[in-house]
Structures are given as structure tokens and as C-alpha cells.
Design a binder for this molecule. Sequence first.
Ligand code: SF4
Length: 324
Amino acid sequence: MSLLSVRNLHKTYGSGARALPAVRGVSLDVAAGETLALVGESGCGKSSTARIVVGLAQPTSGSVSLAGEDLHARVHDREVRRRAQMVFQHPDQSLNPHFTVARTVAEPARLLVGGRDIEDRVVEALRTVGLGPEYRARRPRELSGGQQQRVAIARALICDPELVVLDEPTASLDQSVRSRVVALLERVQQERQVGYLFISHDLTTVRRIAHRVAVMYLGRIVEVAPTEELFENPQHPYTRALLAAAPVPDPRRRKRVVPLRGETPSASDLPTGCSFQSRCPLVHDRCRTTQPQLEPLAPDHAAECFAVASRPEHLGVVGSDGRP
Ligand code: SF4
């Protein structure tokens, strides 16, 4: 059984002519000890999905279950809330500047766990993220960006969650600090078998930390695959364009991709059929009338594209040797 199971999730903000569908039929699973990365452009629905998964926002429809428990039916149940925690983007904004580190880290434990050992829990949570007890009395302004993010991770870990949703956890960190925070997350996962839903624009970090990657475009998952499979053999035209725009260590391995055209449509005025049609170099008549669905292409690899499902060689992609 999956640790996290999301099924046909929809989230629409507003209503009527002002309705803005942010999440449109997302289904995903995360196993214990697994990292699933969610990637895609800003506004594609990643953060809305994340907030729903930890119970900070209600879905319009669909279900989220954690180890078989319906999260939204029991959103006020402290034990269910304890099991899924979140690390927010920009720790300098998510940490209360007036709270000491001890108070910040202790807060979820006081709310969701209780008991008399909270001070011990704080020390243990700080130790887990590599901070000594001397940090308890400090405030966020007295910490570096990396230390702030470690405090944010300690705050998420103090309740001993089974799932942690990480929303751009390394976005504000420089390269060396980012690498240390990723190493910390990997170690915690190995020690505790915690599942991560890892949201990021940073494809280099995604490739390092994720076991599988799901690519979102305008509220839908358009491709999902094991990480190396996705990076080495992307199928959906949007995934190919996204990866082609990212830096690669060896430019000779960069794949040539038919460039995207057109503009991203407004989420409040989506076309009939495939949402990617206005930018897709492979668009054909069926794409303008029918919404494609995620179709399996290989074990654990699925994509939402008529062209991929029928004729993958027609994606117009060749390697550096000129062959498809
Ligand atoms: S379904 Fe059609 S428009 Fe959509 S990505 Fe595939 S080829 Fe392009």
C-alpha cells in the first residue's frame, strides 16, 4: 500500500466566469522511503497540490489518503495531521522572526503531540538536522539561510512524520549550502523511511534526490517516470522542452528538441482538448478535440500525449549522433 495516495484531485479557485482551475485530476502515489518530485513552471499547480496533501487547503474534489486514512475526512484529527508535515519555501519568511528556535521547533509538537518531553524533542530534532542545543535561544535573524532551513526541517521532523512535503526547500540557498541540505534530507530519509513529496524548479537537485519525477503542466500531470528514465528518455513534448532548457553537465549529451511555439493559455480560459496544444510542435486534429490521458509507455513510465502513445519516434528528438 502506498504511504500517500492522491486520486483525481481537483482544486478550483473562485467560481463562474472567474473560476481558476489550479489542479485538474491529479493522481499520484508516494511510498515510504521514496521521494517523488513534482516539477513544472510557476503556476502549474504544484504548490496547490502540496497544500492540499498536508491539509492546509481543501480540494474541490478528489481524495488524499495517508497510509489508508482519508486525510480530509480527518483533517482535524491531530494524529493524522502529525503524520504529514511541510517545509515551506523561503525559511526567512516562514519562520516567525520573534520566536526563538526552540519555540519555533516545539510549536507543532505542542499542537499535535503534547506530552512533557517537548524540550527533549526539540534538542533531538535540532540534533537530527545538525544543530546543537546552543541554537535553541537564537532567533531567525541570527541564523544563516542554511541554518534557517535546517530549523524549518527540524520543525517538520519533530512530530516524527511519515510524509514530508518540501516546497522548493533549496530555492533560496547557494550551491554548497543546497548540497548539504539535500544530503541532510537523504540521511533523514534513510534513517526514518520518511516519504518526500519534493517540489522544485531545480532539476539538478531533483535528479539527485528523487526516485521518481512527475511533470505538471496547467494543473495536470503530463508525464511520470523513474528519475533516470525521465531525464534520459523524456517523452512528452513539454517534458522534453523543460529538460532541454535546464543546464546539463556535458553539453554533448544535450538532446535536440523541436522548439516550443505559442504561449501558455490562461488557466481560466483553457482550450478544449490538450492544454498543451497552443505550444506543441506535434499538435494534430485530435489534440484540439480530446483530452489525452496518462497512458503507460513502460513500467512506471506514463505520459499524457497522443503522439507519444502512438508514434514516439515522431517526437523530433535526436541525440548528438544524429539518431533518434
Ligand atoms: S496530445 Fe497533441 S498537443 Fe498534446 S502534447 Fe501530445 S501531440 Fe502535443
